[in-house]
Design a protein around this ligand. Structure first.
Ligand SMILES: [Fe+2]
Ligand SMILES: [Fe+2]
Length: 271
């Protein structure tokens, strides 16, 4: 079973690159499941229903979010009605939407997709470890579901690595998002969980984490409100993590970074 997770899609250039690349990637990598983080897809901040539909139409089976989940308020009713779109599950109770979704796979199999958010250097949230543990108490990998994918949205590499070890052997994949920079640590952990601290963004890397570099740099040079941040609009690089699962156990056999586009060294798994 082959999975692809794509990191934070930033703005129009990120969306266009993903939409253009996905049909070919689905075919060439023989993908059974594609999940992408879309928290920055709408001009860098949040997601709209129209953009979500375009990403589903292009071949995303599920979309995840993060600290920008609710930047666009028109997403709230859509979150309630579209099960393929999830937001972090460790928001306080009564937050709209859900943090978990089941995706039907070929051959009658099912994948559980979870979205959790870290706490170090992030907004106050419920414990992501406890929230994921509670969700996993309802499902068993290789029995009730055939893949379990967790998008862990967070700033600190330490918290993400600890999370990977905490759930090693219980889930197919823990992949980080939010920093918008791909890490070089894609691997299979000792218990069989695929892991990467950050998948990197799908966006223009000639930028400051996807934002136009002039305006974004000025913010660090002087303490005066400047122009509003806007996404950089050069050619995007599609970044993510490709994982091959053992169909019997749902655990990972391979975990390799994928990078496709401008500015970063390319990486394309061979299938
Ligand atoms: Fe992001
Ligand atoms: Fe984020």
């Amino acid at each position: 079973m082959n999975l692809l997770f794509l990191g934070d899609i930033v703005g129009r250039t990120g969306r266009d690159a993903v939409i253009e690349a996905l049909p070919g990637l689905r075919r060439d990598l023989k993908l059974d499941l594609v999940v992408a983080n879309a928290e920055n897809a709408a001009h860098g901040f949040g997601l709209t229903p129209e953009i979500a539909r375009a990403l589903f139409d292009a071949g995303c089976d599920a979309l995840t979010l993060g600290n920008h989940s609710f930047d666009r308020k028109e997403i709230v009713p859509y979150l309630e009605s579209e099960p393929r779109l999830i937001r972090p599950l460790n928001y306080q109770a009564n937050t709209p939407g859900r943090g978990a979704t089941l995706v039907a796979l070929p051959g009658g199999r099912r994948a559980l997709v979870l979205n959790a958010m870290c706490r170090l250097f992030m907004e106050p949230l419920d414990d992501p470890f406890a929230a994921v543990r509670a969700e996993l108490s309802r499902h068993r990998l290789g029995h009730t579901v055939h893949a379990i994918l967790i998008d862990l949205h967070g700033e600190a590499s330490s918290e993400k690595q600890a999370f990977g070890h905490a759930f090693d052997g219980q889930v197919s994949l823990v992949v980080g998002t939010h920093t918008h920079v791909p890490t070089a640590d894609a691997r299979v952990l000792p218990g069989g969980t695929a892991y990467m601290t950050d998948a990197g963004m799908c966006g223009d890397y000639d930028s400051v984490i996807g934002m136009e570099k002039g305006t974004a740099t000025q913010r660090f040079l002087k303490k005066v409100p400047g122009e509003r941040l806007a996404p950089a609009e050069g050619t995007a690089t599609v970044c993510g993590l490709f994982v091959v699962l053992d169909p019997a156990t749902g655990l990972a056999r391979r975990a390799e970074a994928l990078r496709l586009g401008a500015n970063l060294a390319p990486a394309m798994p061979l299938v």
